[in-house]
Design a protein around this ligand. Structure first.
Ligand code: PHE
Length: 343
């Protein structure tokens, strides 16, 4: 019978081409070509109506069997392809949990900031508050109110960067913060440290940068003496470098203190016997200091007949260099991670 032959051919062809479909697109193409509205099987089913009446039952039954068979084969093949796709994805995206991890690169505290924080903590214990003063300063506050008038030779040691306004400059030291703190608190007793950046227009060398940090200390009140200054700096040295440090106070001159001193500590490397670090002197200079000059006290709003005070200024980069035997200050701000990673 012609119709049965035709159905047989359709079934065989369809099963063969279905086996050749390797992906979703091939599968869909097959479905349209066989089971779709214009597909080969649909076409054959439409022909059933034209058959002689006695042939129809057998042809109809066979057509339904072929249709069921092809639909089942389609579903089964679709399932096989989907499973294969999932397996391929799992294989391609497999995570090897036994591989070593990639460590994240962590930032760290800059050595200048690390030592600044130590300094804050040590002076904080002794009752000193941190007072912020601006990096951009008035000539008047950086120099004049600190007893350094425009023609004073002390200016030669602290040349700086100027703005277009000749009255405004980058501060050369943290001492102008003394004036700002005193003017805010006078006549109350005062105990502050003033940390921050300072600027000097000078040759950059292993020992001097054009930008560096200082920490200023200032205590003003009734009956404050040089003994308080010595005790405070002795306690600081003991805390930062270890108990039993020797301090030496040498007469020196700063226009804003009287008397003025330079403070030395016994060499942390050789303990005072003499070595390369201390240039065979046995001593390391750690700070400039002194009793606040009466003129400066008055400029800050305190009556020097009633109040006295001490002040000191130290460089945290210098302190860090001594602590870690760093021989060039330029490392601090040249941003070489090989240097910074060591802290
Ligand atoms: N400002 C001084 C300097 O930069 C240091 C100093 C501070 C000296 C306070 C005495 C008192 O050299």
């Amino acid at each position: 019978m012609k119709m049965l032959d035709q159905l047989k051919t359709i079934e065989e062809d369809a099963l063969a081409t279905l086996a050749a479909a390797h992906d979703a697109a091939g599968l869909e193409g097959w479905r349209v070509a066989v089971l779709g509205r214009k597909g080969s099987l649909t076409h054959a089913l439409r022909g059933l109506g034209q058959l002689p009446r006695d042939e129809r039952p057998a042809a109809g039954a066979e057509a339904n069997r072929v249709k069921d068979r092809l639909e089942a084969a389609f579903s089964a093949h679709q399932e096989v392809l989907q499973q294969a796709e999932i397996a391929a994805t799992l294989a391609a995206e497999a995570v090897d949990v036994t591989l070593p991890g990639r460590p994240p690169s962590l930032g760290r505290i800059h050595p200048s900031n690390a030592v600044l924080r130590r300094i804050y903590a040590i002076f904080g214990q002794m009752g000193f508050q941190v007072y912020d003063a601006p990096d951009v300063e008035l000539d008047e506050i950086n120099f004049q109110l600190l007893n350094i008038p425009p023609d004073h030779p002390a200016r030669d040691m602290q040349d700086t960067f100027y703005t277009k306004d000749p009255a405004v400059l980058l501060r050369t030291h943290t001492s102008p913060g003394q004036i700002r703190a005193m003017r805010q608190f006078a006549p109350a007793p005062l105990r502050v440290i003033l940390p921050g950046k300072c600027f000097r227009y000078e040759q950059v060398t292993a020992r001097s940068e054009f930008m560096f940090h200082q920490v200023e200390g200032l205590a003003v009140g009734k009956g404050i003496t040089m003994a308080d200054l010595k005790g405070t700096l002795q306690e600081f040295a003991n805390q930062l470098y270890g108990e039993g440090r020797q301090l030496r106070f040498r007469c020196s001159y700063f226009p804003f203190v009287e008397p003025g001193v330079e403070v030395d500590m016994d060499c942390i490397l050789c303990g005072g016997r003499g070595c390369r670090l201390c240039k065979y002197s046995g001593w390391l200079e750690i700070s400039g200091a002194g009793m606040v000059h009466p003129v400066v006290l008055r400029n800050g709003g305190y009556d020097p007949a009633i109040y006295t005070g001490f002040a000191f200024g130290m460089g945290p980069e210098r302190i860090t260099m001594l602590k870690h035997s760093i021989d060039d200050i330029r490392y601090f701000f040249s941003n070489d991670v090989r240097f910074l990673e060591q802290f």
